[in-house]
Each structure stands twice: as structure tokens, then as C-alpha cells.
Design a binder for this molecule. Sequence first.
Ligand SMILES: Cc1cc2nc3c(=O)[nH]c(=O)nc-3n(C[C@H](O)[C@H](O)[C@H](O)COP(=O)(O)OP(=O)(O)OC[C@H]3O[C@@H](n4cnc5c(N)ncnc54)[C@H](O)[C@@H]3O)c2cc1C
Length: 414
Amino acid sequence: MRRARTVAIVGAGPAGLWAGLRLAEAGAAVTVFDHMASPARKLLLAGRGGLNLTHSEAREPFLARYGTARAALGPAIDAFPPSALRAFADELGETTFVGSSGRVFPTRFKASPLVRAWLGRLAAAGATLRMRHRFAGFGSDGALVMDGPDGRTTVAADAVLLALGGASWPRMGSDGGWVALLEAAGIVVAPLVPSNMGVEIAWSAGFTDRFGGAPLKRITLACGGRSVAGEAMITTHGLEGSAVYGLSAAIRGALATGAAASLVVDLKPDLPANTIAARLATARSGDSLSNTLKKRIGLAPQAVALLRESAGRDLPRDPEALAALVRGAPLALKGVRPLERAISTAGGIRFEAITPDFELLTRPGLFVAGEMLDWDAPTGGYLLQATFATAEAAARGMAVRLGLSLPARRVRGW
Ligand SMILES: Cc1cc2nc3c(=O)[nH]c(=O)nc-3n(C[C@H](O)[C@H](O)[C@H](O)COP(=O)(O)OP(=O)(O)OC[C@H]3O[C@@H](n4cnc5c(N)ncnc54)[C@H](O)[C@@H]3O)c2cc1C
């Protein structure tokens, strides 16, 4: 009888757990290692925000979200499109729905039932989970060096997958410690930088006491020639929220030039400046400027205060100048929030270092998947979609190498 093919996976996040399930169900003897005490910590954290699994938009705009990584990720996402991810959630007993923004969520807005069912299926397929085992590099024979509760061991397997994530929210496990280890092994890694992160703005004294936590709804933000519609929230440090996150790359680029960078806030993107000016011109004498802005164009108090953060205490009295400020209030950027506080990580193992099957060119038999690869995408479900799709592609590559066939999956179009 042929010996079972062995697979070692390091990283029990969605990428590692997905590839582990696929290969275990194909008949491989799978062991998933992770240095945390329990699996899928970051996915569970994402569940607290409702777990936006994927997005319902059409293929072309969907793939365009991956920017320069579109060509590298496109085939993997075509082979494992949003419908495949939704079908998996269904199989685990978590039906999904499309929200008003087009984002796809599990009906219960949680990750924990999904993770529980997933781990149950992994166990049923015979996979072993070994927690508190930290990947510490490669031995001279190429085997994995693992630090576990019983000390240092080496792990050899017929195929290995590293799915170690990025470096945001390191308390959840992905701390980017792998970068130095892989670089030492000659693997090219683009520096890890924050993505989908907040920005830092030097608010004036008292502004955040009053408006910290206040939302800026239906706005457009612009930076470096790009603009994104959405929402933002005023924080002690600056701004957070979907519109800020969608500009991550542009903001990083603007700050990297070393010149003064700003984020331009359009507080009334749906109202032409001349309409705003005309409405402001009909202000009642005796009304304060704040009242006029509230009554004539519906600006919330935090939006009016933001105009003062941009232009100083004395706002322009001229309706046209004030309308122009409402449509484009620049805020000087001090920087971005640190990687530890970002939702995701840009940078990682460069696509030039891997084959289309996500196998390292310099280390045959060693595959990589998930957020540790050099791609970036906005929030909206694109992060988990690429994580699953790259894990599926790596699992397929590993199966070929091991002479196994992955169980067929039902994919209902895109
Ligand atoms: C607050 C928050 C909310 C989010 N919400 C969403 C959302 O709604 N939708 C969405 O698409 N995405 C969301 N994301 C992003 C998403 O969670 C990640 O993109 C996804 O988890 C990446 O999966 P991964 O398996 O590649 O890495 P991870 O989930 O980070 O898993 C990597 C695993 O590797 C382990 N590991 C790391 N280093 C070692 C080592 N040296 N040895 C052993 N184990 C190691 C870690 O402990 C971890 O378990 C969110 C992220 C955050 C922080």
C-alpha cells in the first residue's frame, strides 16, 4: 500500500486552514502548525466587524481592486471566485447575503460558527492541529525548524505550505517574524507596510474632545490624484474608515515623497459648488456661520468643525469661497497609523519569487499563500477572497506535486 503523502502547513489562519482542508480531503496526512494557543485569531477578530467575506461586484471591477497584483492573482481568483467562497460558507451552515453596499456577509455576521464548523471538518478529514509551534527557519536539509512546548524540532514533509499572514494586529498571531527568516533563505520580500490603515492629523486642542468618534458620512476623500467615496470617523489620532482605507496606496505614496501631503475632504460630493454657494448666499442675517452651514446644506457640527481644522477659525464669509472649501477641505497629513493597528499588510513575498502554483522558485516543495504575499486590496471582502483563492491555488499545486487530486468543487460562475 502507498504511504500517505505528508503535508506540513504553518499558519492556522484562513489560508492555512483552507489549504489544509482541501489536501486532507484529498487523502494527504496534514498537520497544521501555529504558534498561537488557538487557530484563526485574526479571522475571529474580523468576525467582530461582521465578517465581510467577499464582494458581489462583477469580475472586471473586482479584479481591478488588486491593482498591480491583478495579473498575478487573476487566475487564482478566476479558479476560486466569490461564488466558491460563498458555497463554502453555505457548506459550513453559514448562509451569506449581499448587503446594500454589495459586500457579502454571513447571515449571522460572525466568524465563530464558521470557524467551529471548519475545524470540525478538518478533524473529520484526519488533519492534525498543533498549536504553540513557532516556525523558526529552515534546517540545513531544508526541513522546517519549529519551536514548540517541548523545545526545538525539525519537521519534514512531502510538501510544505507557509501561510503566515502579514503583520497587522500582531497580538492575533501574524507578527511578520517570518520576513527575516525567509530573507535569510534568499527569498525576496517587499517590505511590509500598513494598508487599510488610519491617517494621523494634528487636530487642534479640544477638537477630538468634542468630536472624537463622530462620523463623517457620504463624503469623498482625495489624495495623490485618487478619490474614494465612503465614510470616515474622527479619532484622537486623525481619521479612520472606508474612504481613508481605500486611499491607502495613494496616501503611502504621497507621504513617501517627503513633501507636505494632504488629504482633501469633500463634505458634499453630490452638491455642485455653485448650488452650495447659492444656498449659502441666502443666509439669514443674524444666523451664525455654523447655523447657516447646518440649515442651508445640512452639514453636521463635526463637519463644520472640520472646515475650521482645515482653514482656521475664521471661515471665509464669501459664499463661493466657502462652497469651495466644503467641496475640498485640505487636511495636512502627519503620517499613517502604525502597521500594528492596520487592517491589512501590503508588501510580502514577491510574485517573481514564486511559480503560478504559488511554489517558491528557489525551494521546490515549499508553497506560500494568503496575506504574506505581495498584494494589496481595499476592505470590502477582497482580502479574504484573495486569501482563499491563493490558498486554493497553492493546494492545487501541492496536490499535483503529491500525485493527489483535490475533490471537485461546485463553482456557480463568478
Ligand atoms: C480588524 C480586522 C478586520 C478584518 N476584517 C476583514 C473583513 O471583514 N473582510 C476581509 O476580507 N478581511 C478582513 N480582514 C483581513 C483578514 O482577516 C486577513 O486578510 C486574513 O486573515 C489573512 O489570512 P491569512 O491566513 O493569510 O493570515 P492570518 O489570518 O494572519 O493567519 C496567519 C497565521 O499564521 C500564524 N503565524 C504567524 N507567524 C507564525 C510563526 N512564525 N510560526 C507559527 N505560526 C505563525 C499566525 O498565528 C496566524 O494564525 C480584517 C483584518 C483585521 C485586522
